[in-house]
Design a protein around this ligand. Structure first.
Ligand SMILES: Nc1ncnc2c1ncn2[C@@H]1O[C@H](COP(=O)(O)OP(=O)(O)O)[C@@H](O)[C@H]1O
Ligand SMILES: [Mg+2]
Length: 578
């Protein structure tokens, strides 16, 4: 019913205890309030002087006030904590996604990771906020009330006690039904967001092929499915809320009937009977509240699970084999017969890759689509682990993999679509350097060619970008990635994975101009199938079907009639002319 990992959130235990104590006081207030109210009513019934009801009325008012003030206090104490926790979770999630790199994003689908990180966290916030308080309420309040009722009249208490598990059982059955619906709905949501992001990405191509209309129908049918699933979940939630309300009301009525008979038989006095009757609805209230919000927070629970699953994804071990690294002119990275087999594949995707690169070389990685360029970049970035250890070395030190803390601290990875967070432009740019001041950020944005765009925006650097906020074009996203790189001068290793593949030629040309200064005095690995970039490279690795078929300087390679010349001829044309 509740994710147990919830209780492992640091600092949550004292808060839970605090809320439990407040809930206990609140329950006592409920009893006092009911008792005082009943006394006042009975006095009036017995036509006692008005003065006799002043005290009970005052006590009632006080109890009532306390009861609701405690609710406010609970929310006030808990909310900052929840906000802080989810804020930290968001940060951890970002860092984790960065470390795990593109492979995890690919596994889950782009839309999903984005959805999870941004919207998911907001759902987790609602969930945490509601669930702890409600559970405490359900775990404490009814029992205090029941204890008091038992003290007044054991028979009614026994009935209330027996009916309680029945209601819970009822709630669980309906809850499970709603849960499976909500699971399905969440899966539908992921499908919808993946589909949407992919369609957006491919919109240009679809338009070119004249398929955009047909795809509109596809988007329509996927979102229609999602609507139906949402409605089905809501229907169950509504039905179960109604059923639960009906059932608890009925139970209170039964208690009233019992009390009526007892009153007639003279087995109970008016005051205790009235007190019990006033308390009975409050006995059921926590369950009803819990059930109502439980349905509302199912999504939050799913989101929490998704977030925790990502946070708990094991990272590569031995991340500290390499003790320190500052990339210099004479630093060297060596691949010696490196192979890589994906988990679910039976054949290696990369086999026997060897190269030796040093200093501030600019290394182009070229090859047809599917030849293994991205896989190689991911190996270099440390997002994948080679099949065998000790085939990779940095400055002569043999390593199991490049998922080394210090190596990753020295490198910047820029893929086709860089990560943009749902945050201000400022926070997006200073991701690697959270302490950077505005002047530095502005200078970096200027170098990255973002200034004109920022000047156009009313909120400037404070503009929110990312999911659901201001749209950012592919070219601007790349420029934001460039600004990050310009901002952090200490990271001397740049890994590009087809950064311009989805841009049109003019955008690419403009971007290239701003990008070139960044490449100076840095070690660069640049995977691309747009061959004009080769003119900026001083070393080339030519990939074909997972093998490194040729390597050398562009001039060397151009001299003989090998795979490089062949690739240039094939891919040449427009892009190669630059
Ligand atoms: N996560 C993965 N699991 C299994 N196979 C993969 C995975 N990613 C890529 N591949 C396969 O590895 C090969 C090389 O892919 P990739 O490195 O993406 O090539 P490129 O970037 O040159 O297009 C392809 O055959 C692709 O299907
Ligand atoms: Mg690729």
């Amino acid at each position: 019913m509740i994710d147990k990992r919830l209780f492992k959130i640091p600092g949550i235990t004292p808060r839970i205890i605090m809320i439990a104590i407040l809930t206990l006081i609140q329950a006592v207030m409920i009893v006092i309030q009911a008792r005082a109210l009943s006394i006042a009513v009975v006095q009036l019934w017995e036509l006692k002087p008005l003065a006799t009801i002043v005290t009970p009325t005052a006590v009632f008012a006080l109890g009532f006030l306390c009861r609701h003030l405690i609710t406010v206090a609970q929310n006030r104490t808990f909310y900052p904590f929840v906000e802080k926790t989810t804020g930290e979770m968001r940060e951890q999630l970002m860092t984790k996604l960065f470390r795990l790199g593109p492979s995890l994003v690919e596994k889950n689908g782009t839309g999903n990771t984005v959805t999870m990180a941004l919207e998911g966290i907001d759902k987790v916030q609602t969930y945490l906020m509601l669930i702890i308080i409600k559970i405490m309420d359900m775990g404490i309040t009814p029992w205090v009330i029941l204890l008091y009722i038992a003290f007044l009249q054991w028979k009614e208490a026994a009935f209330l006690l027996i009916i309680y598990p029945v209601i819970i059982l009822f709630m669980i059955i309906l809850g499970l039904a709603a849960q499976s619906k909500a699971d399905r709905q969440y899966a539908g949501y992921q499908r919808l967001s993946n589909n949407f992001v992919d369609t957006l990405r491919g919109l240009g191509t679809l338009k070119q092929l004249g398929l955009s209309k047909r795809y509109a129908n596809n988007v329509y049918s996927v979102s229609e499915d999602y609507r139906k699933e949402t409605m089905a979940t809501l229907r169950i939630a509504m039905t179960s809320t109604f059923a639960l309300d009906f059932f608890t009301t009925l139970s209170v009525a039964v208690v009233a009937v019992f009390l009526g008979f007892d009153l007639m038989d003279g087995k109970i006095m008016l005051l205790p009977a009235l007190t019990i009757l006033t308390l009975a609805p409050d006995y059921f209230l926590p369950v009803r509240n819990f059930a109502n919000d439980y349905h509302a927070t199912l999504n939050g629970k799913n989101a929490l699970k998704a977030v925790l699953d990502v946070l708990e994804t094991p990272e590569t071990k031995q991340r500290d084999e390499l003790k320190q690294l500052t990339w210099h002119d004479d630093s060297a990275i060596k691949f010696d017969d490196v192979s890589l087999t994906y988990e679910d594949a039976d054949q290696p995707t990369l086999s026997h890759i060897s190269f030796d690169v040093h200093g501030f070389q600019k290394v182009g990685i070229i090859g047809a689509s599917g030849s293994g360029k991205s896989t190689l970049i991911n190996l270099i970035g440390g997002f994948l682990t080679p099949d065998e250890p000790d085939h990779v070395s940095l400055n002569g030190q043999k390593l199991a993999h490049l998922s080394q803390e210090v190596w990753q601290h020295n490198s910047i990875y820029i893929p086709q679509a860089p990560y943009l967070f749902h945050a201000t432009l400022r926070d997006n740019v200073r991701f690697y350097q959270p302490d950077a001041d505005d002047a530095t950020i502005k200078a970096a944005c200027d170098k990255a060619g973002l200034s004109d765009w920022i000047a156009e925006m009313p909120a400037g650097l404070d503009t929110m970008i990312g999911e659901g906020s201001r749209g950012v074009s592919g070219g601007q996203a790349q420029r934001i990635a460039l600004a990050r790189a310009f901002l952090d001068d200490s990271r001397k290793i740049l890994l590009f994975d087809e950064p311009t593949a989805h841009l049109d030629i003019e955008t690419e040309a403009a971007l290239k101009e701003d990008m070139l200064p960044l490449l100076d005095n840095r070690l660069v690995f640049f995977a691309t199938h747009r061959l004009h970039w080769i003119n900026q490279m001083d070393y080339v690795l030519v990939m074909d079907h997972g093998k490194l078929v040729e390597q050398g300087t562009p001039t060397e390679l151009a001299k003989h009639d090998g795979p490089y010349t062949k690739l240039r001829a094939e891919m040449g044309g427009l892009h190669a002319l630059d």
